[in-house]
Design a protein around this ligand. Structure first.
Ligand code: A3P
Ligand code: MG
Length: 421
């Protein structure tokens, strides 16, 4: 694979984006034990200064779409640097034992997604907050191939600006278009790398704890669809009589660069092409999705506006080229299956009035990362910069020292402070 290819949403042209609001000072803030809230009195994308004056440095970030309508930023072709697996008891393995293989179904397969919900479903415990732990475990297991070869000091830094889950980046990409759910992202700078870990919002926790039974069952449908579509080995067939256990996962770890931000992130991958001649990861990976069948023009429009945005963002980030979607009826029967090429989604939505744009998603993410780099300056594993966003507002942040938000475990700090053998 060409490690230096840059990507546009269609992966067909190269754009170079020159950052214009970078730099800023690296002035240390006054931290205190409690939270320090930053008032939203400035607007990063408004010029509030008189000519020849340096604009005041904003401590908030706008999420208005118009502020991010510029050329597509440089996004390097993501390269898989490793993978890991989580077994039926959520134990970590530094290998691909949970990889599954895509088996092409009939066009109208009539899969019954309700089957097994009561009797053959083991659900992951959502009260357990794993934070970045699995990724950190993977980093320790693969440290020698990640540390900068230029440095020889005891605490050998990682050669990345950011370490996070793909899912957190997906949330950032969709933020300029999100009108319902806010987010909280905890950031810690440690040995020069910024670690980003999500904190569940109160609203999300309430919603999770009060999920209606119908929604709980529909969550199962997505996993059941995966079981109908995937085999455990290249030569075997899917086994819909088995148990659906959502503890199990295969995760890819990719490295890439968004303008001047070097990223290392991991994301769950549903399955891969089982043809041994398929391209290497991540190009052989397949994302599986379910969605309500589309019967009216309004439903089609909503599918383009909301579903395809989420699907595009999730797969574009790690370079997964296709989504295979099962369209289900009200009773949970898959009535049709369709493949969407990620590189063609921006064409597909072109005719929707006032629709989402990949460039806005990527530019917002890029500017958010610049904002984090500029504000989260204290290199200290027990300091958390908590970035917070609610729809129709700017991004703000507060600083927390030795608080419940600290998320880098002692075993990781200890291991990364030790000099490598
Ligand atoms: P669908 O994708 O068919 O909706 P993923 O697609 O990311 O691999 O996730 C697999 C399944 O997990 C989803 O299937 C859905 O059933 C469930 N799921 C994931 N995120 C969810 C969320 N935020 N809310 C509800 N269900 C979710
Ligand atoms: Mg999926």
């Amino acid at each position: 694979m060409d490690r230096h290819r840059s990507r546009s949403p269609t992966s067909s042209s190269h754009h170079h984006y020159s950052p214009n609001r970078r730099g800023g000072d690296n002035r240390r803030r006054n931290h205190c034990d409690g939270a320090q809230f930053r008032p939203s009195n400035h607007h990063l994308h408004q010029s509030s200064a008189t000519p020849r004056q340096t604009p005041p440095r904003s401590q908030t970030l706008s999420t208005r779409r118009e502020a991010y309508e510029r050329d597509f930023p440089l996004y390097k072709q993501p390269v898989e640097v490793g993978c890991f697996s989580l077994d039926s008891r959520r134990r970590f393995f530094n290998d691909s034992r949970q990889m599954r293989y895509y088996v092409e179904p009939e066009r109208s397969p009539n899969f019954d997604l309700r089957d097994g919900y009561k009797e053959r479903y083991v659900k992951r415990d959502e009260n357990v907050k794993e934070k970045l732990d699995h990724i950190l475990r993977w980093i320790i297991a693969n440290r020698s191939k990640l540390t900068s070869k230029l440095t020889t000091n005891a605490s050998c830094p990682l050669d990345f600006d950011f370490v996070t889950w793909r899912g957190h980046l997906t949330k950032l990409l969709t933020t300029p278009y999100e009108t319902r759910e806010g987010w909280l992202l905890a950031v810690t700078r440690f040995n020069g790398t910024l670690y980003i870990s999500e904190v569940e919002t109160e609203a999300a926790r309430r919603e999770r704890e009060n999920r209606p039974e119908r929604n709980k069952e529909m969550m199962y449908w997505g996993y059941k669809f995966e079981q109908y579509m995937c085999a455990d080995d290249t030569n075997s067939e899917p086994d819909p009589s088995g148990v659906v256990n959502t503890n199990e996962a295969f995760c890819t770890v990719v490295q890439t660069r968004l303008t001047d931000h070097k990223l290392l992130f991991s994301g769950e991958v549903d399955c891969r092409d089982r043809d041994p001649g398929a391209p290497p990861p991540p190009a052989c990976y397949v994302e599986l999705k379910t969605s309500a069948e589309i019967c009216t023009p309004k439903q089609r429009s909503n599918f383009h506006r909301f579903k395809l945005l989420k699907w595009w963002a999730q797969s574009f980030l790690p370079g997964v080229p296709r989504v295979v979607a099962g369209f289900r009826d009200h009773d949970g029967t898959v009535v049709s299956v369709e493949t969407f090429q990620i590189s063609k989604i921006s064409q597909l939505i072109k005719n929707e009035y006032n629709c989402w744009k990949p460039t806005v998603c990527m530019n917002f993410c890029c500017d958010f990362l610049s904002f984090v780099k500029r504000e989260a300056t204290e290199d200290n594993p027990s300091v958390v910069y908590l970035f917070s966003w609610e729809p129709h507002n700017d991004v703000t942040y507060s600083v927390h020292r030795d608080s419940r938000y600290s998320f880098l475990p002692d075993w990781y700090i200890k291991e990364m402070t030790r000099s490598p053998e």
